[in-house]
Structures are given as structure tokens and as C-alpha cells.
Design a protein around this ligand. Structure first.
Ligand SMILES: Cc1cc2nc3c(=O)[nH]c(=O)nc-3n(C[C@H](O)[C@H](O)[C@H](O)COP(=O)(O)O)c2cc1C
Length: 187
């Protein structure tokens, strides 16, 4: 697939079939993710692959409880999402067959940038393979707690940055139009 086709065609997928993704494909996507640049070539990323649906159900439920307790107030747009999170039947991972959590193994000024670049590569590569993806940012604060790390057997020293779900799309929402970019030409 052409790069521009992937950049323009990728969109968040929130409905998946039950079909699994084979280990080789997941390894290949992670191989694409680590082609991302990283500050001073630190390559701080580590990948936790979760395919156990019962575990994802439990993490979803505990993350919702954590979010409710934190009562984060966000933008007005967040109101709809907050009410979804209050629905006990809402699974924050949308029952995707795979969660790939990208964490930083080290501390550093650029770990969020590094792991985010790897995440974008992962999502574009997944699209090129005919797979859907979505970044599940709402799970991150819980995954950064001792309980969240224990649930996914993430070492205490790691920092979860990018929880990305993957799967075979059941449906794809209409593309979200982009705002006209603010561009200032200086000089
Ligand atoms: C950092 C980040 C966090 C996100 N968190 C969530 C989330 O928790 N749940 C969700 O359904 N989508 C989440 N998304 C997906 C965005 O809602 C989506 O990318 C945005 O609406 C633009 O749509 P598109 O990806 O289809 O272009 C997240 C995306 C990013 C980049």
C-alpha cells in the first residue's frame, strides 16, 4: 500500500469481528513500530500484547472505576464519552481481539514522543495490513497505577504511554474531517 493511502485512509475503528490476529502479524507490526525515530536513539519502547478477552474485560472495568474516582473534567466534547464510561456494559477496548500497550522502559524527557511515534507507525502498518486500530487513551491513567501494571504484568519502572487496540474491522465510521490547519508563514 502506498504511504499516502495509509496516512489518508487510517481512521479509528471501534467495532471488530471476533477474528484473532496471528502472532506473526503482530510481531511484524511491532517490527514496523520500532522503525520510528527516537530521541538520541534511545528506543525506550516495550510492547505488551494482550489477547485474553477476560483480562481485557477486567482491565476495562477497573479502568472505568479508576476514571470515575478520578472524576477528570475535560472539554465539553468529553461529556458524551464520560457518560459512555459510566455504562457498565461499555468495554473501553471495544472487544478488540488484541491490545498492544506501548510503554517506556526508561525515564527521560522524550519517552512520550518516542512511544507515540512508534504508536503511529503501528496504526499505519495495521491499516496497510487491512486491520483496524484505535488508541485507547482513557485506559492510560489506570494502567499507570500499581494495580494496572500488575494486571498486565508491567514492571513497576515502566511507563505505559500508548494503549492501541487492533483487530479486523466489522464496520468503519465515516472519516472525521480535519480542521483547516492553522499555518503562519513567518518570513
Ligand atoms: C492520544 C489519543 C487518545 C485517544 N483515546 C481514545 C479513547 O480513549 N477512546 C476512543 O474511543 N478513542 C480514542 N482516541 C481516538 C480518537 O478519538 C480519534 O483518533 C479521533 O477522534 C480522530 O479520529 P480518526 O482517528 O478516525 O481520524 C484517541 C486518540 C489519541 C491520539
Amino acid at each position: 500500500m502506498e504511504l499516502m493511502e495509509a496516512i489518508r485512509g487510517r481512521c479509528a475503528v471501534r467495532e471488530y469481528t471476533a477474528a484473532s490476529i496471528d502472532e506473526q502479524t503482530i510481531r511484524s507490526l511491532i517490527g514496523d513500530a520500532v522503525q520510528a525515530p527516537s530521541a538520541i536513539d534511545e528506543q525506550p519502547w516495550a510492547f505488551t500484547v494482550v489477547r485474553d478477552q477476560a483480562l481485557l474485560d477486567r482491565v476495562s472495568s477497573d479502568a472505568r472505576t479508576h476514571i470515575a474516582a478520578s472524576a477528570v473534567t475535560g472539554s465539553p466534547k468529553g461529556g458524551h464519552f464520560r457518560s459512555m464510561l459510566e455504562d457498565v456494559n461499555f468495554q473501553i477496548f471495544y472487544h478488540a481481539p488484541v491490545l498492544v500497550l506501548i510503554s517506556a522502559m526508561t525515564d527521560g524527557d522524550w519517552i512520550v514522543e518516542d512511544c507515540s511515534l512508534a504508536a503511529e507507525n503501528l496504526m499505519l502498518a495495521a491499516y496497510a495490513e487491512g486491520l483496524g486500530s484505535c488508541w485507547i487513551g482513557c485506559s492510560r491513567s489506570y494502567l499507570n497505577t500499581p494495580d494496572g501494571k500488575a494486571a498486565l504484568r508491567i514492571p513497576e519502572a515502566w511507563t505505559p504511554v500508548a494503549p492501541i487496540i487492533l483487530g479486523h474491522p466489522k464496520s468503519t465510521a465515516a472519516p472525521i474531517p480535519r480542521k483547516t490547519p492553522e499555518i503562519r508563514w513567518v518570513g
